[in-house]
Design a protein around this ligand. Structure first.
Ligand code: 5GP
Length: 191
């Protein structure tokens, strides 16, 4: 998506450790108009898939998911990071490694909000090694719901998550794919 790529080139900062910082429009200050265009694009890509729920993960996916959901006329469920180790039977639960924080979180979704008759689109801001997506996909499987596909704002194509998940036969649509980036020069190249 040209608009998103241009914005990344204008404002994105390449940090060491393969981290792209986009706090100016996505992860801290949110450009709602840009997110609305991204939401429209997800809706165009998945228009024939009868999506009736969007699933994302706390916290950075919530804004994108909510704006996209308006174009699907469906609710958003966000998987919550849980501090309790005693997870009750009322929740589906999965462990997710965090790429940016180098920690592992228990992530939960209430059984009340994810059901067998759901056709779920997973939305997240970044795709790197795929841990977040895999966690969300497992929650959908545990609930017996149908995974329609994944919608990602920015995929780092040089990391392995996207390739592996697509190899499993799962549809992944990324609005911008970074093929390479350089923390020394700040250069960002799209696929
Ligand atoms: P993965 O689980 O695919 O390894 O990483 C995806 C998750 O880590 C996303 O939910 C996102 O919040 C975070 N993440 C991964 N790479 C980046 C990055 O380069 N920049 C930012 N801002 N977040 C990232």
């Amino acid at each position: 998506m040209k608009l998103l790529e241009e914005r990344i080139l204008k404002e994105g900062k390449v940090l060491s450790g393969n981290v792209l910082k986009v706090d100016g429009f996505l992860n801290h200050r949110i450009d709602v108009e840009l997110l609305n265009e991204m939401g429209k694009e997800f809706a165009r890509l998945y228009k024939n898939d009868d999506v009736n729920k969007i699933l994302t993960i706390e916290a950075s996916g919530i804004g994108i998911a909510c704006i996209a959901a308006q174009h699907f006329s469906c609710p958003v469920v966000f998987a919550k990071k849980s501090k309790t180790t005693n997870i009750s039977e009322d929740f589906y639960c999965v462990d997710v490694d965090s790429f940016t924080h180098k920690t592992t979180n228990k992530v939960i979704v209430s059984k009340e909000y994810l059901c067998e008759d759901d056709r779920v689109l997973v939305i997240d801001d970044f795709l790197a090694n795929g841990c977040a997506l895999r966690g969300l996909i497992k929650l959908i499987k545990d609930a017996g719901a149908t995974l329609v596909g994944c919608g990602i704002a920015i995929e780092k194509g040089f990391q392995h998550g996207g390739k592996e998940i697509r190899n499993d036969g799962i549809r992944v649509e990324s609005l911008a794919v970074v093929n390479s980036m350089n923390a020394d020069t700040g250069e960002i190249v799209f696929g």
